[in-house]
Structures are given as C-alpha cells and as structure tokens.
Design a protein around this ligand. Structure first.
Ligand code: NAD
Length: 542
C-alpha cells in the first residue's frame, strides 16, 4: 500500500484530512515538513496519551448515544485514532459504534447529523447516478454498503436516516478485518419513506416523499447498479437492511451481475449456522437429527433456514429431506400447507403439522430442538415457550436474534432461568453475563460481525467473480471450528468477541482459499494465502 504521507497536502489541509491527521501526535520534524508549526499546541503526544484522552472523554459522557456522536466526530477528525480505540477494545466499543446504539442513532439521525460520511443518492438524481458516484472523493472504492432504509434493524422504515447502518457496518469491516477505510463507501438510496413520523419531522434529512415502489423502484436500483459497474468496476456491493420484499429479489437479480451479497440474509445465515454447528459439536449431535423452528420468517429467518438446508444437503440429505427438518412461524402463525397467503420462499417450508396459531402451540406441535427468533417481537419467547423447549430437549438451543436489545425475543437471564441453566443461548444484541446457582453464564452474541468483515477481506484478497452461498457455508464452518471447549463451558458458542480480529483472519483465509479452489478468484493464488490475507489487512498507522 502506498505511503499516505506522500502527499502535496500541508498545513490545515493536512489537519483537516482524517486519513492524515495525527493531531498532537505529529512529531516536531513532521510539523516542520508539513507546515504545521503554530497550528498545533507545543505538546507532542504519544499515541497512548491520545488514546487515554479520548477514552477518558468517552467514559465521562452520560449515554451511549453521546459516545456514538463523539466517536463519529473522531472518525471525521483522526481516522487512525478512531480505529485504534475501536480495535483495542471491540467488546466495549462495537456496541457503541454499531448495534445496539446505531439503532437509536438512526432514529435520531436528523438531530445528530454532522458531516456526510457517504453518498445520499436520491430519486432526484435519477439519470445522473453515475455523476453522483464520481463525486465521492476516494479514487478506488472497493466496498459499497448500501441500504434504502426500509428495514433498519428491527426498527422499520427510517428512510435516509438508515445511513447510520452502512457507515457503522463499513467501520466494522475496517476495525475487525482491516479492510482499508479508503476503500469503503457507505450509500443510502433515498427513495422516500412511508414513516409518518419522519415525513412530518422538521429534522428529517431525507426526501419528504412516500417510497418509490414497483417498476419505478426497480429501474432506480438498476440505474444504481449499472452506474457502480461503470464508475467503479472493481467495486463489490453489500445490500443492507432492505425490506423483506426487496431483499431477496435484489440479491437474486444482481448476484451474478456484480460481486455482491446481502448480509441480512447470507451473513446472518452463516452466523446462525456457525452457532448451531458449534453447539451441536459439543452436544455430539447431528444437524440432520434436529427440528428447527423459526419465529419470524423474513430475510434473516429464511436466510438461516436455506443455509441450514445447504449444509444438510452437503451431509447427504435430499433437499426435501433437509427442508422437512425446518418449520417457520410468521405473523399469521405456523406456516402450513393449507395456508393460501404464502410466498414461494415460505411455501417450501410448509407442512401438515397440528395447526397452531401461537408460538407456544407451534412449539407443542413441532417439538423443536432449536428455536430461533427473527421476528422483531420483543419478549415473544415467553416463560411457557422456553419451559416447553426445556421439556423437549435436555440442552435446547435458543437464539433470540432480533435487534436491537429492545426487540429481543427474550433475555439471556430469562433463557437460563427458565431452563434451569440448560439453554444453549445466543442473541442478536449483547446481554451481560448471568449468574445462577453459583455458575456464571456468558451469553454468546450471534453477531454478523463474525462473518461480514472476514467475507470482505476474503473478497479483497481473492477478487472473486461472484460470492455464492457456498462461501458462507465455508465461513460458518471456519467460525464454528474456532470455538473451544473452554468457550462452550462458559456458555459461548462463538469465539470470544475480544479475539474477533483473529477470528476474522481465520475465516477470511478459509473463504479466500475456497474462492481459489472453486475457480472463482480473479487474483493470482499466493503461495501462502493466510500470509497474503494478513498482509492485505490494514492497521491504523502513524
Ligand atoms: P424481516 O422484516 O425480513 O422479517 C421479520 C419477520 O418477522 C417477518 O417474516 C414477519 O412476518 C415476522 N413477524 C412480524 N410480526 C410477527 C409476529 N407477531 N409473529 C411472528 N412473526 C412475526 O426482518 P429480518 O431481516 O428477517 O430481521 C428480523 C430481525 O432479526 C431484526 O430484528 C433484525 O435486527 C434481526 N437480525 C439479527 C441478526 C443477528 O443478530 N445476527 C441478523 C439479521 C437480522
């Protein structure tokens, strides 16, 4: 990578460039060389002193939203310092920079808005999207994360204020896997919003119109993809937080047109499958012998269901046999053959079970060994549901995946208490450790951050022509194999978050290797893929 300080920039221009600014850590020689004398106070700080100053500030702030705003300013001021702090303690700071705090940040985005950190491509730009893309100041972006803001976490339609998600997500690509920050480009497609509150909110930042839909919407997205291919032909696209009715169709329409994936579908799927594979390894049980019930049959639920089927087919089952191990519950109850309102993606999981309207009745009918919540309905895993799970299985697997914390189907404490400590638990948003009967359980977080940054680094390393579902099976297996006996005994079915960077290197290496073996890689195969992946990974520099 070229030296960022090999630049004509000097003086204030350098201090105002977040890629270059070191603040008071510029040495006296650098101050001479770059015309910074007098523009900084006399002190020359060490990076550690700068970190301590920022950490002190962050700690003194009253709420996580205040810390989010402070982090956001820091990212615009001194990128290396921002990433050093984030990487130093990801367990503490990722929940501030991304979920769950980013949910509140998006809801209040119009009030906390500072400087643009990405591109707002609105319906007003129709016909000129390529020109808008050319306004981005970086020469060689490789990773676009794009949303239209219609399904932000479990919070619904936040319109253009969904921009917080691509910004946060791409920051994690860098913090976790070292995808170079200059290569990342957050984008919101501002196609309006149907959120009545935002439409009348004087601080709303987006276009004050109802959402574009149908053929108009499709042609707008089509212009966007075509423009990306024209302006940034090496760019990879990650679709993010699109509503269910657009998420899967967009993925299918473009997956062979441009290297792309949908993290809500495939990243979630790989994370969920990795957790299940790790749990079953310790239970010494086979996936094919499980009954899996999904509460919530949207992008995330069906994404995990489909990838579980892919794994079972690899284990020798037919597609129909694999599907028969899975059941879905949506807002109308258990998905069954007699229903006439099913989409094709739900229909493939429709069976003739004992009819059930509620989740409890569905659990009674299906007798699942694994229960996964992707419904956005808080507290829906009630005491009777969880107690029933504990009657069905000695070690029930219970994953309330809905985000943010306020939407979680149950808390870790509830799952442990109501199963007498027998639940194998992982949630979407983090929960604190829980102690019962002298034993402390550390709840795992089935956070997609285990997968998508590593997938990004693998894509950077191998430059594949497409990113098929198989790549996510490889990622899930690589992640699951990192979970140790010690992790499992403490309650974890994912590697500890504190070692997330090492996990990402391992997963990225496995996936990059698979891209080469599958003949999809467009870059030359290095002799040592692990070393090449590590060498590509950016670290904050001074
Ligand atoms: P989605 O809108 O596509 O799906 C939500 C589903 O919930 C829909 O099928 C809907 O019918 C169903 N639902 C709504 N009300 C219901 C009810 N009363 N009973 C049963 N089902 C009901 O959203 P999604 O992308 O699938 O995301 C769902 C949730 O999962 C979100 O909270 C999201 O943040 C979370 N999620 C978590 C992770 C993770 O932790 N790794 C990853 C992705 C998504």
């Amino acid at each position: 990578m070229s030296d960022p300080f090999d630049t004509p920039k000097r003086g204030l221009d350098m201090l105002r460039d977040p890629h270059l600014n070191k603040g008071t850590a510029f040495t006296r020689e650098e101050r001479e060389k770059f015309g910074l004398m007098g523009l900084l106070p006399d002190i020359v700080s060490t990076p550690e002193q700068q970190e301590a100053r920022i950490e002190g500030h962050l700690t003194s702030l009253p709420t996580d939203l205040d810390r989010y705003v402070y982090f956001s300013d820091l990212q615009e001021r001194n990128e290396s310092l921002f990433y050093r702090i984030l990487m130093k303690d990801p367990v503490r700071w990722m929940p501030v920079v991304y979920t769950p705090t980013v949910g509140l940040a998006c809801q209040t985005f119009g009030r906390i808005y500072r400087r643009p950190k990405g591109l707002y491509i609105s319906v007003r730009h129709r016909g000129r999207i390529a020109d808008v893309l050319r306004n981005w100041p970086e020469a060689d972006p490789r990773f676009i994360c794009v949303t239209d803001g219609e399904r932000i976490l479990g919070l619904g339609d936040l319109g253009a204020q969904g921009m917080g998600i691509p910004i946060g997500k791409l920051a994690l690509y860098t913090a976790v896997a070292g995808v170079p920050p200059q290569m990342t480009l957050p984008i919101v497609l501002d196609v309006g919003t149907n959120n009545e509150e935002l439409l009348v909110d004087p601080f709303y930042i987006g276009i004050r119109e109802r959402r574009l839909s149908g053929a108009d919407y499709d042609s707008f997205v089509d212009e966007f993809v075509t423009a990306v291919r024209t302006v940034y032909p090496k760019c990879f696209i990650q679709w993010e937080d699109f509503a269910n009715h657009n998420a899967a169709p967009l993925l299918e329409r473009y997956r062979n047109v441009v290297p792309s994936f949908n993290d809500d579908i495939q990243g979630t799927a790989a994370t969920g499958v990795a957790g299940i594979l790790a749990a079953l390894r310790f239970k010494k049980e086979r996936l094919e012998d499980q009954r899996v019930l999904f509460f919530g049959a949207g992008s995330a639920g069906i994404g995990i269901a489909d990838l579980l089927c892919t794994v079972m087919v690899r284990h020798g089952l037919s597609v129909d046999e694999a599907r028969s191990r899975i059941r879905l519950v949506d807002s109308k109850g258990l998905v069954q053959t007699q229903r006439t309102d099913l989409t094709p993606s739900k229909e493939q999981y429709a069976f003739d079970d004992v009819p059930a309207d509620t989740l409890f009745e569905s659990v009674r009918s299906v007798r699942p060994t694994i229960l996964i919540g992707t419904s956005t309905i808080p507290k829906s895993f009630t005491k009777d549901v969880i107690e029933e799970m504990a009657r069905i299985s000695e070690r029930p697997i219970i994953f309330p995946y809905s985000n943010p914390t306020s939407k979680s189907e149950c808390s870790a404490e509830e799952a442990y208490e109501w199963t007498g400590g027998r639940a194998i638990f992982a949630s979407g948003s983090p929960f604190p450790p829980h102690t019962m009967n002298g034993r402390t359980f550390t709840p795992g977080q089935g956070n997609n951050v285990y997968i998508f940054p590593a997938m990004g680094l693998a894509v950077l390393a191998a430059n594949p022509s497409s990113v098929p579902d198989e790549a996510f099976v490889v990622a899930a297996n690589a992640l699951a194999e990192l979970v140790t006996d010690e992790n499992f005994l403490s309650g974890l079915i994912y590697p500890p978050m504190a070692s997330i960077r090492n996990s990402a290197m391992h997963v990225a290496t496995a996936v990059a290797t698979w891209f080469h073996e599958a003949g999809l890689a467009r870059s030359e195969r290095p002799a040592d893929i692990a070393a090449a992946v590590r060498a590509m990974s950016w670290t904050p520099h001074y």
